[in-house]
Design a protein around this ligand. Structure first.
Ligand code: SAH
Ligand code: SF4
Length: 362
């Protein structure tokens, strides 16, 4: 995988004194970059690897914890760099132990991360942007508008902060929180690189969910990563899809499906299509038939997600019978269907909802 530079930033910082305010962040640097940083500070390379180990393996939150670094180096690092860790400003724990954190970033913006313990694994759902430009009609994140991209370090911080919430090891990461990962491509890819190589999360245990940014799917295919790609379809034809995802007008369905087929061929990985079911909008038998037709012969499976109520939105979730009927049509066409196991229902686990609640007047 390509290395994405942070060090360039550091070099610019040391070169120009008046830019010293923009100190480089340690979190978000790879071992290689930390080695270079150590050398720039006149230290042997291995100091960089030590720092990486403290950050990513020991989950250190301050330089003072890095006790095997000489005190003088720690002091210099404090002066020249930043080690910011997100602050937990709200924590909701549901009966099934799903824990949703509202995290405050350095600039005061807030994002959500969710820790989901299963019997056989522990998963973390991360945000990739503060808000989202796509503005799907069902999504609390979209309604709140868009503020900025998260840095690679901020995304990795979400996983590390969730790791502190549990005694078990976080084994899976899903990019399904606030924001559209493929509209923050470089930072998302760099965070994956760090989670995989430094934190030790297997590539096969990482899932990116995208609303379907066709050119970026083609770009991602070329990286040939063994991660799982999940594409949010939510409608079987362009007209309906544009009503649910106005932004989708830029990416016609046929071309998107074509890119998904290419992705599956290039990477050898099965694609997951996500389909959010909204009552009387996209949940009829004829929608299911159209969807089955669209996906005929593809290496894929479909994940059905019944709509979860968002305050202020006049949409409904379909009845269970309706979901079952929709599912049967797909299965009869030979498509593998999974239904999202709903976790943390009582704590509004669909991402963006906790943050939105914190922004609404009580
Ligand atoms: N932007 C990407 C990444 C995740 S979006 C994408 O859209 O694929 C957040 C996730 O939460 C998506 O899987 C979406 O389907 C789900 N979601 C958002 N609002 C929801 C709601 N009201 N009910 C149920 N799921 C919701
Ligand atoms: Fe953005 Fe995904 Fe929400 Fe749509 S569902 S507004 S793409 S975060």
């Amino acid at each position: 995988m390509k290395e994405y530079p942070t060090l360039v930033l550091y070099l610019e910082t040391v070169r120009s004194r008046d830019r010293l305010k923009e100190k480089p962040h340690l979190l978000g640097m790879t071992s290689l970059e930390l080695e270079e940083l150590a050398e720039l500070l006149g230290e042997p390379k291995f100091r960089g690897r030590q720092i990486a180990k403290w950050l990513y393996k020991h989950n250190a939150t301050s330089l003072d914890e890095m006790t095997d670094l000489p005190l003088s180096l720690r002091e210099r690092l404090k002066e020249a760099t930043v080690l910011y860790r997100a602050r937990i400003v709200n924590r909701s724990v549901s009966r099934d132990e799903t824990t949703k954190l509202l995290l405050e970033l350095e600039d005061g913006q807030t994002i959500e991360s969710v820790l989901i313990p299963y019997e056989d694994r522990v998963s973390v759902c991360v945000s990739t942007q503060v808000g989202c430009v796509v503005r799907c009609i069902f999504c609390a994140t979209g309604i709140s508008g868009f503020a900025r991209n998260l840095t690679a370090g901020e995304i990795v911080d979400e996983v590390l902060t969730c790791q502190k919430e549990t005694a078990r090891r976080v084994s899976h990461v899903v990019y399904m929180g606030m924001g559209e990962p493929l509209l923050n491509y470089e930072n998302v890819l760099k965070s994956i690189q760090i989670l995989n190589k430094e934190v030790g999360i297997s590539m096969r245990h990482i899932t990116i969910s995208t609303i379907g940014i066709t050119p970026q799917i083609r770009r991602l295919a070329e990286e040939k990563l063994q991660l799982t790609l999940a594409v949010s379809l939510h409608a079987p034809d362009d007209m309906l899809r544009r009503q649910i995802i106005p932004f989708a007008a830029r990416y016609p369905l046929q071309d998107l499906i074509e890119a998904c087929k290419e992705y599956a061929e290039t990477t050898g990985r099965r694609i997951t299509f996500e389909y959010l079911l909204i009552r009387n909008i996209n949940d009829s038998i004829s929608h299911a038939r159209k969807l089955a037709n669209l996906l005929k012969g593809m290496l894929c499976n479909v994940n059905l997600i019944p709509y979860n109520a968002v305050e202020g939105l006049e949409l409904d979730r379909p009845s269970q019978a309706r979901v079952r009927a929709f599912r049967s049509v797909l299965e009869e066409s030979g498509i593998t269907v999974t239904q999202r196991v709903e976790r943390g229902h009582a704590i509004s686990a669909a991402c963006g909802q906790l943050r939105r609640r914190s922004q609404l007047p009580n």
